[in-house]
Design a protein around this ligand. Structure first.
Ligand code: SF4
Length: 211
């Protein structure tokens, strides 16, 4: 069995099966929540969207708002000005190009303002139950580098490396495993390496414990 399969089996054993932790009730709400979640915690996003979605939760509603109005509603989120702009632009695009409905293909989703491949992967998987790849967030990127699965630092390149190395049957679960493990064990600042179930595969750990 290849190391990557052994790693996936070990991570799966400790993964509690928790799915994405953003709150949403429609694909469009998820799209907005995913946009807001860049460099922000899911908990903070959920607090903000709980109130935001009472005021607007459709592309039609957001397309009629001014960017400054959206900014006020999401001002406790990191990079809120940029995100407000993207939410409005994407809403207008959905209204004009997709009849007001969030598109269901990777190609179409990535034409929307503020939606890159990582966000599109999350939306495809969570909203449409259609796994098209592996969403590479900060956790997936960091752990992939530590395990030597990719030397790249650009998320799209890391994803391409992972898609080449990981059999397709594992792509779905991989969307959750690295995020879960990055939060629970392989923390960016204080990784719990002695508790880590995959430390024998970790290049960084091996280097550190060599002497
Ligand atoms: S050994 Fe440490 S750095 Fe390596 S994957 Fe495990 S927790 Fe992360």
């Amino acid at each position: 069995m290849k190391n990557i399969e052994k790693i996936i089996i070990e991570l799966s054993k400790c993964y509690d099966g928790e799915k994405g932790s953003l709150d949403y009730t429609t694909p469009f709400e998820l799209l907005v929540a995913v946009m807001l979640s860049a460099q922000c915690t899911d908990a903070r996003v959920n607090i903000v969207t709980k109130e935001l979605f009472k005021i607007a939760n459709t592309p039609e509603a957001f397309s009629k708002m001014k960017v400054s109005e959206i900014e006020k509603l999401i001002s406790s989120i990191s990079f809120f000005r940029n995100k407000a702009k993207h939410i409005r632009e994407a809403s207008v695009q959905i209204m004009n190009n997709f009849n007001g409905v969030v598109p269901e293909t990777m190609e179409e989703l990535t034409t929307l303002s503020g939606i890159g491949r990582k966000s599109a992967n999350v939306i495809m998987l969570e909203a449409f139950n259609n796994c098209q790849g592996i969403a590479v967030d900060t956790h997936a990127l960091r752990i992939s580098n530590k395990l030597g699965l990719s030397k790249n630092t650009d998320a799209s390149k890391v994803e391409q490396d992972l898609l080449r190395k990981i059999p397709k049957k594992y792509w779905r679960v991989m969307n959750h495993l690295f995020v879960y493990y990055g939060r629970a064990i392989c923390d960016a600042r204080k990784p719990k390496c002695n508790e880590c179930v995959i430390n024998t595969y970790c290049k960084e750990y091996k280097k550190r414990t060599k002497n």
